[in-house]
Design a protein around this ligand. Structure first.
Ligand code: A5A
Ligand code: MG
Length: 468
């Protein structure tokens, strides 16, 4: 899988019924039923986390050109990626309309209308929508798409700079919690000036290392300062009677979250889904012979109901095919736990359990402890999934003390940390010399450390990697 991750990824999307990329528009695909369920459970977790102190809204998909064009830096960042609607039927539109590449310019003119006084603040809205980006880099299903189908964007407005900065920290905590629930490891860094979100003061990013050693930006959080507030005239009357500009932040996640669930947890046999998003957490496979068939099936039904009443998602694979084929299929689809039940098991009042992450067969008694024992197995599986993913990341995080070492280590599929003076010119030179991208600033350098390139006093420990 590591040898040819790209091929593995494409194949699994099709074989596990996640997406179908044969739709006749490049960069746009269909969510198939199994994939749609994974997407649904993933989105539900995110909504639950956000709903604690944000509110969900839904904005139109079209943005008038006049609004999109207002914020100069922002539009410059997106102008080559915008799809335009220019006609209504046969008629040319008076003003062309953009399919949102992201929704700042749709949302902020409305914020200007809604925000009047300090009592209207903070505003914390989010939406989960499709956005469109005419990406020119090589498109890949879920990873770099032209229709981002699951774009979660949160947009906040605050009375003070401090509150906006605190909101950035809140988003970081929220994303950590979200990715932790999915067992996904991440590296958090502050993007370099030349790679921040168009219009932001600064951008904090979450990156994940994919099995091929390339990093994938799986989430971003932007402190927008007052740039958009100035452009869209978003002001409020403060307690002191003065009219002031708001401070804003925004934060986004996409289909890439699901790409990382698939890529990071998967193995040669297929998916290994975290129970929390797995369409089926337990798959029961009856071993059927002519004799005793009804009894086995009815016991399976009974177990299913028992587990479902404990809040678990369970399916029975009673297809008329060889059990071996069923095992193969559910390994491919990444169901966390399989239960096998045949006539002899029924006699002994047991079932054979198998976790997706090891092939050990565990005898479970069909007594009152069944639910607890199964939950215990699911917990251990979930822990192991997360642990092996974090281990992989730790093993692929290295420190370099000179430029040549950077190249060697990155080439071997590592994210590499190094001391940096923090100057843009020097950073770009490092990117040029190595041919890789600086992800961002990871933390401050130790006292007396020297920049790996300029030799000047180092300010930061920066990260560099191959990127998607
Ligand atoms: N309004 C802000 C939140 C915004 O648009 N930020 S962003 O441009 O960084 O996008 C948010 C996230 O969407 C990124 O962190 C990245 O994970 C994801 N993303 C961006 N372009 C994508 C694409 N073409 N396909 C899939 N995901 C993408
Ligand atoms: Mg882009």
């Amino acid at each position: 899988m590591v040898e040819n991750f790209s091929e593995w990824f494409h194949d699994i999307l099709e074989e596990a019924n996640i997406t179908d990329s044969r739709y006749p528009i490049k960069g746009m695909a269909i969510w198939m039923p199994y994939g749609f369920k994974i997407r649904k459970y993933t989105t539900e977790i995110l909504k639950k986390l956000l709903d604690k102190d944000h509110e969900e809204v839904l904005f139109p998909m079209l943005v008038p050109e006049s609004e999109l064009a207002k914020e100069g830096i922002h539009v410059k960042g997106f102008e080559d990626e915008v799809y335009w609607v220019t006609k209504g039927g046969q008629r040319e539109l008076n003003e062309q309309l953009a399919l949102r590449p992201t929704s700042e310019t749709a949302i902020y003119p409305m914020y200007a209308l809604w925000i009047r006084s300090h009592i209207d603040l903070p505003i914390k809205y989010y939406q989960i929508v499709n956005t469109f980006r005419y990406e020119t880099k090589h498109t890949r299903p879920l990873i770099r798409v032209r229709e981002i189908t699951t774009f979660k964007e949160a947009h906040t407005a605050h009375a003070t700079k401090q509150e906006a900065a605190a909101q950035i920290e809140d988003f970081i905590e929220l994303y950590k919690e979200f990715f932790d629930m999915l067992g996904l490891p991440y590296i958090i860094s502050k993007r370099p000036e030349w790679d921040k979100f168009p219009g932001a003061d600064y951008t904090m990013a979450f990156d994940a290392i994919m099995p091929d050693g390339k990093t994938l930006q799986i989430g971003t959080i932007h402190n927008l300062g007052q740039t958009f507030a100035k452009t869209f005239d978003i002001t409020f009357e403060d307690k002191d009677g003065q009219h002031k500009l708001v401070y804003q932040t925004c934060a986004g996640l996409s289909d890439r979250v699901i790409a990382s669930i698939i890529g990071i947890h998967g193995d040669d046999k297929g998916l290994r889904l975290p129970p929390i998003v797995s369409p089926n957490q337990i798959t029961i496979i009856p071993i059927l012979f002519k004799k005793g068939k009804e009894e086995v099936l009815s016991k399976c039904m009974q177990i299913k109901e028992q587990l479902e009443s404990a809040g678990l998602r369970v399916n029975i694979d009673d297809r008329d095919i060889r059990p071996g084929k069923k095992f193969y299929d559910w390994e491919l689809k990444g169901t966390p736990l399989k239960l096998e039940l045949g006539p002899r098991d029924l006699e002994n009042n047991i079932t054979i359990a198998m976790r997706r992450d090891d092939s050990e067969k565990i005898e479970l008694s069909l007594d009152d402890n069944l639910i607890d024992n199964i939950k215990d197995l699911l917990d251990k599986y979930e822990e192991n999934l997360s642990k092996s993913a974090w281990d992989f990341q730790d093993q692929h995080f290295k420190f370099a003390t000179n430029i040549d070492e950077i190249s060697e280590l990155v080439e071997d599929g590592n994210v590499v940390a190094f001391d940096w003076c923090g100057k843009e010119e020097c950073g770009k030179e490092i990117e040029d010399k190595t041919g890789y991208d600086i992800l961002g600033i990871w933390k401050d350098s130790k006292k007396d450390a020297k920049c790996i390139s300029s030799g000047e006093p180092a300010k930061y420990v920066a990260l560099i990697a191959k990127t998607y």
